[in-house]
Design a protein around this ligand. Sequence first.
Ligand SMILES: CC[C@H](C(=O)O)C(=O)SCCNC(=O)CCNC(=O)[C@H](O)C(C)(C)COP(=O)(O)OP(=O)(O)OC[C@H]1O[C@@H](n2cnc3c(N)ncnc32)[C@H](O)[C@@H]1OP(=O)(O)O
Length: 300
Amino acid sequence: MAVSLWKKIFQTTKERILQQRRVSLYNVAHGYEEELIKKKLQQFAGGSINLSKEDNGIGILTLNNPQLMNAFTGTMMLELQEKVAELENWKDGKGLIICGAGNTFCSGSDLNAVKAISNCQDGMNMCMFMQNTLTRLMRLPLISVALIQGKAIGGGAELTTACDFRLMTPGSEIRFVHKHMGLVPGWGGAARLVRIVGSGAALRLLSGALKVDPERALRLGLSEETLLSSEESASLEEARAWLSQYTEGPASVIRAVKQVVTAGRELPLEDALRTEKDVFGTVWGGPANLQALVRRPKHK
Ligand SMILES: CC[C@H](C(=O)O)C(=O)SCCNC(=O)CCNC(=O)[C@H](O)C(C)(C)COP(=O)(O)OP(=O)(O)OC[C@H]1O[C@@H](n2cnc3c(N)ncnc32)[C@H](O)[C@@H]1OP(=O)(O)O
């Protein structure tokens, strides 16, 4: 009886944590028509989003449309949503690196597609589609890093803010060019940028459409580190090594760490505390905890 009650409580907690992660910001109640925009996006094909899941629990997500500086075509937006869903179901995952093919990050949305869907309804639906996807990406229980080589422009700059950390290669730049396009960020990039660099710096970056080089990004706290190499595979190796400092250890614990930080970042204090309690319950008395109690490590 007691065992089945505990099982039920544990199951409900787990479901609650999972639900919180997958919940979409927008649905029909907001006038969002996902099937409509998916059909539209399908018409603008090209490029791909590639995901490789390594045995060490690190995923590498590559934006692959180098002819257009990895601009997001419609089908790439759809593929990104699919890959995020795949990562949500990857129980052994601990970390994620997002990078671009051809040694550049991403130049935002494909301007050819944007021109064709420049009416208000399509624009709103595309905006809600990308916000839903990038919010799910941000909430993945994986420690995520944007590896910025070359240029991260417009929506590409926004994508970097959906990651926990940004690493830049020498000579790379992040630039919110939206103002020059008569726009503001619409993929959630402004809201996230304010939380990363503060409202004053965010206002300067957006209203000036300023180029952010690695030095400025470090000063602003937008980037964690400037890597030594700007060569494609060497910088990926550096990013892997950087991330491994934080993903060392059992997946259950690393994922739990990300979950409590996500709750602290997003929820009002009391809700964050409750989530922390729920997540704590998933690791307390778990294998890693029991093994540590046997080993009794000294943290000198
Ligand atoms: C909310 C998101 C928002 C939205 O649309 O809703 C945005 O993302 S707005 C921002 C959209 N992006 C841009 O305005 C970028 C425009 N492109 C550039 O500024 C430059 O191409 C740059 C800085 C990315 C790269 O410059 P570079 O000199 O290194 O290369 P090229 O200009 O020769 O580019 C090579 C080739 O790629 C084409 N290209 C680049 N970006 C895009 C794009 N976003 N959409 C479509 N095509 C793009 C560029 O036109 C060149 O093709 P070519 O046939 O040789 O002209």
